[in-house]
Ligand binder design. Structure first.
Ligand code: HEM
Length: 198
């Protein structure tokens, strides 16, 4: 806790706008790898996978903000909106990579792919649940919706849950990394339950 107080006061000088800018760094990295030829032998798959993984990082990062404040005293609350919106931005890019690069904008093929690969339903459900949250993340909506805004934002938990399920389901065999993501998500959810709350 002794380290946290100076950290919090330094963080007060970091405007949320910087977080949006920092959120573009992973995208710049993916673009750089693509143009420099370092992305691997299957660029389409790699781009798709990397964008999905970055989205997951930000989604889980966003969920960790409240417990971090409660347990460690680290206050990142004012960056929560930025982190959530960056996550949504990467989900949109991840979907665009699928529909444009993977499916070549062939809608019939996309529908067939959706039907064939059931894990895409989970991803779609996660993305659809996050859409109203992204659309109501502005100050005007927060004011207009009042208490309902908080209620609406509970959707973030099933949304991330579907994102994690989608990630695990697309694996043939769940890797240790997959279990780690699932474990972190389960841990963050457990922290929401009363017995675990300090
Ligand atoms: C909450 C929303 C979503 C999250 C968090 C997410 C995340 C991920 C992650 C982490 C991966 C695997 C990356 C890796 O193994 O390195 C992945 C794979 C994939 N996702 Fe998503 N995704 C989401 C929604 C979607 C949607 C809406 C679509 C398209 C309809 C989609 C299409 C795909 C495809 C095609 C793959 C590759 C699977 C393969 O290689 O067989 N995802 N996603």
């Amino acid at each position: 806790m002794q380290l946290v107080a100076p950290l919090n006061s330094s963080l007060r000088r970091v405007p949320p706008g910087w977080v949006y800018l920092a959120g573009l760094i992973p995208l710049a990295w993916v673009i750089w790898l693509t143009v420099s030829g370092g992305i691997g032998i299957d660029p389409v798959k790699e781009i798709e996978h990397r964008l999905g993984k970055i989205a997951l990082w930000f989604l889980i990062g966003g969920l960790a903000i409240t417990p971090l404040r409660r347990i460690a005293g680290l206050n990142l609350i004012r960056y929560r909106r930025a982190v959530g919106l960056i996550a949504f931005f990467y989900i949109v890019l991840h979907m665009l990579a699928w529909i444009i690069l993977d499916m070549g904008l062939l809608w019939e093929q996309a529908v067939r792919d959706l039907i064939k690969r059931s894990y895409l339903y989970f991803g779609m459900t996660g993305a659809v649940l996050l859409l109203p949250l992204a659309l109501t993340s502005n100050n005007a909506s927060v004011r207009r919706l009042g208490r309902n805004w908080r209620r609406l934002h509970w959707l973030v938990y099933p949304a991330v849950g579907f994102g994690v399920l989608h990630y695990l389901w697309q694996m043939k065999v769940i890797t240790p990394e997959g279990w780690l993501w699932a474990g972190v998500f389960a841990g963050l959810m457990a922290l929401r339950f009363r017995p675990f709350r300090g």
